[in-house]
Design a protein around this ligand. Structure first.
Ligand code: NI
Length: 391
């Protein structure tokens, strides 16, 4: 039997071909019909029986070794972004305004190759692997949709593994950390209501713009003055809309923003305080307040033991010098919901090879050094095999 690294190398051409095919045909949240077909076809080729349309455009497939053992959930997200591609490579997006600007094309190709590696090794494994191809990560709705649609029906999951490619880390490395590694993401809309009128007669109006301006400033103290500096959090107002003319005080101001936190208690506290400060600030200036709160995902939290176990596998595969300690990031990912199902680990595989592959995720020139895909296949497959090794 070839080693897992040798298998990943032998599959590399196929992994790249699948990635490029998906890259040419990006599909955004809940529109991943073609992608779903590509995934399902390949899984069927491998002798698996994929369930399609789970959570609208997700796919799950179970590899059962027939021997008693743990169940491992292996997840990849499959959606693209509404970003117009600016690269001139021959595998560039063929869909105007859409591209795989976060590397999920790579995630999908990698997990398909991982499935092939694991199927070929099933005689040496015990337990089961549930392959999860998740839509709509970019709007953090896909994991919830799949769970609500019975993605895990009849299964008790023991371990969860997943990866994200990373243009900020060089090819040949993996970055991982225990504890919270990606932030909880919530967003909100606030409507400050005053009483409009002529700009020359402010005393006859209640000016919602002045109230909104004070509110934006007041909200900045929630993190800077009320939150432990070591407990990383962000409150950002991202949108302010009001008014139509030079001489009219408008009726209302609409504010939008996001809250990012790592600690579950801090998340609850900041939400409550944000709404309280908003209510009191606007009321003190004679305005009313309405709000909508859009609960996003919790923080992505890596289990300490699972992370250490994965680190051992990674060190053996890549050498200890290539296994890096990850710095937590304020971005969010609904991998968090899969990690709530069982202990597990989300790790970041380097795909930066040079200038062309150093653009930030979501940038119109984002690209990956495809050599990182082979590393990702080997790491992901080895991580699962380590959990399912038959005695
Ligand atoms: Ni992503």
């Amino acid at each position: 039997m070839p080693s897992i690294a040798e298998q990943a190398a032998a599959l590399q051409e196929r992994t790249v071909a699948v990635r490029r095919d998906l890259h040419r045909h990006p599909e955004i949240a809940f529109e991943e019909h073609r992608t779903m077909g590509v995934v399902a076809r390949r899984l069927r080729e491998l002798g698996l029986e994929p369930r399609v349309g789970v959570g609208r455009t997700g796919v799950v497939a179970l590899l059962d070794t027939g021997r008693p053992g743990p169940t491992v959930l292996a997840r990849a997200d499959i959606d693209a972004l509404p970003v117009p591609e600016e690269k001139q490579v021959d595998y560039r997006s063929t869909v105007a305004g859409k591209m795989h600007a976060c590397g999920h094309d790579g995630h999908t190709a990698v997990l398909l190759s991982v499935a092939e590696v694991l199927v070929s090794r099933r005689a040496q494994l015990a337990g089961r692997v549930l392959f999860v191809f998740q839509p709509a990560e970019e709007i953090v709705r896909g994991a919830r949709a799949m769970l609500d649609d019975g993605a895990l029906e009849g299964l008790t999951v023991d371990h969860v593994l997943g990866l994200h490619l990373s243009s900020s880390e060089p090819v040949g490395t993996v970055s991982v950390a225990e504890g919270p590694v990606m932030a909880a993401t919530d967003s909100f809309r606030l409507l400050v209501r005053g009483r409009g009128g002529h700009a020359a007669y402010p005393h006859l109006c209640v000016d919602p713009i002045v109230a909104a301006a004070q509110l934006v400033t007041a909200l900045q103290t929630l993190v800077s003055r009320e939150t432990d500096p070591l407990d990383r959090s962000v409150v950002t107002i991202t949108s302010v809309h009001a008014g139509t003319a030079y001489n009219i005080i408008p009726e209302e101001v609409e504010l939008k923003g996001t809250l990012r936190t790592f600690d579950a208690g801090t998340r609850q506290r900041l939400r409550a305080r944000l709404l309280e400060v908003a209510e009191l600030t606007t009321r003190s200036l004679g305005c009313g307040l309405a709000h909508e709160w859009f609960e996003g995902t919790p923080a992505v939290v890596n289990d300490a033991a699972a992370t250490e176990r994965f680190r051992r596998v990674a060190r053996e595969l890549l050498g200890p010098e290539n296994v890096r300690e990850m710095t937590p990031i304020m971005g969010g990912d609904d991998m968090a919901l899969w990690l709530e199902q069982a202990k597990g680990c989300y790790f970041f595989v380097g795909t930066r090879g040079g200038e062309e592959t150093a653009f930030a995720h979501h940038h119109p020139r984002f690209d990956i050094d495809e050599a990182g895909l082979e590393v990702a296949v080997a790491l992901f497959a080895a991580g699962v095999v380590d959990l399912l090794q038959a005695d």
